[in-house]
Design a protein around this ligand. Structure first.
Ligand SMILES: C[S@@+](CC[C@H](N)C(=O)[O-])C[C@H]1O[C@@H](n2cnc3c(N)ncnc32)[C@H](O)[C@@H]1O
Length: 282
């Protein structure tokens, strides 16, 4: 997304609020914060064409749809365990295909070795159990072509959290996930997994902050609205887990608005990316 388009996104929001709801809102906010859809050095190849891209755990496929319209000569594949959110055949661009598949199924991602020039994963850190990550990453590296790029993007889930409500909500969610053996991998852990494959080099980490709440202007308001939507979705599991009533949970979300301003809260997202090369082990 170019800078001017990004500005338009915030302005347009005022007039077309419904368009940007749900995951589409989060997708647009993330593209705006990062001023683009990816950080890997692959733009020229995407423009030139015949470049193959796969988005693992693609959800609605919004990232793929944006990418496919910007790079019409390249090919895009989305994989997700559920086809429920895939776009309908009528609006699906010709250079995108979707495949329903469980990434944990063995033997692995249903493509031959070195098929893709760019393998992308966004917001999957709360998806897999700790024991599954090494398998998933080995599979990612296997299907990446030599000189191809691998990129992970997600919210940072580590470090101190300012604000009692933010702390309560986030630590409850992380404890709930831990009770299901799910622990979002830290960027250090992801780097370690990539290093263990001995095939990914030039690993780079970038982190960007985004204000939460009205102290951060329109962007802060939109990010807060996305944050609240996420915690509303978790309500039915977090209420019993936190041992509070639905009313108390709702009150936390309402009071969270003021807390964001009082503590000038931010959330953080990262991109971790590298290239597939063969290491000279000698
Ligand atoms: C938080 S969403 C992220 C969606 C998308 N990447 C984005 O950034 O908007 C996580 C996605 O992972 C998918 N998913 C969960 N487990 C999966 C699995 N074992 N194999 C494939 N997809 C999976 C879910 O269906 C969901 O669409």
């Amino acid at each position: 997304m170019h800078f001017e388009e990004s500005i338009n996104f915030l302005e347009k929001y005022e007039y077309h609020e419904k368009e940007f709801h749900g995951t589409s809102l989060q997708h647009n906010i993330l593209s705006y914060i990062w001023q683009g859809d990816y950080s890997s050095r692959i733009k020229e190849r995407l423009i030139k064409g015949n470049t193959k891209v796969i988005d693992l755990g693609c959800g609605t496929g919004q990232w793929l749809i944006d990418m496919s319209s910007k790079y019409p000569l390249s090919t895009f594949i989305g994989i997700d365990i559920s086809s429920r959110l895939f776009p309908s055949q009528e609006i699906k661009p010709n250079n995108v295909a979707f495949l329903q598949y469980n990434l944990l199924d063995h033997p692995g991602i249903p493509f031959p070795n070195e098929t893709f020039d760019f393998v992308y994963l966004r917001c999957l850190s709360m998806t897999f159990e700790e024991k599954d990550w090494a398998h998933v990453i080995n599979e990612i590296v296997r299907v990446t072509d030599l000189n191809g790029c691998v990129e992970f993007m997600d919210f940072v889930c580590e470090g101190d959290i300012k604000g009692p409500i933010m702390n309560h909500l986030c630590s409850s969610l992380l404890s709930f996930l831990e009770s299901k053996n799910i622990k979002p991998p830290s960027t250090t852990k992801l780097t370690e997994y990539l290093n263990q494959t001995n095939q990914i080099s030039n690993i780079q980490l970038e982190v960007k902050s985004c204000p939460l709440g009205s102290w951060g202007g329109k962007l802060g308001e939109l990010m807060l609205s996305d944050f609240i939507t996420v915690f509303q979705r978790f309500k039915s599991i977090l209420v019993p887990f936190m041992k509070i009533s639905e009313k108390e949970y709702d009150k936390l979300l309402i009071e969270f608005d003021n807390e964001c301003v009082r503590y000038q809260l931010c959330c953080y997202t990262y991109r971790l990316y590298g290239n597939k090369t063969t290491y000279n082990l000698g």
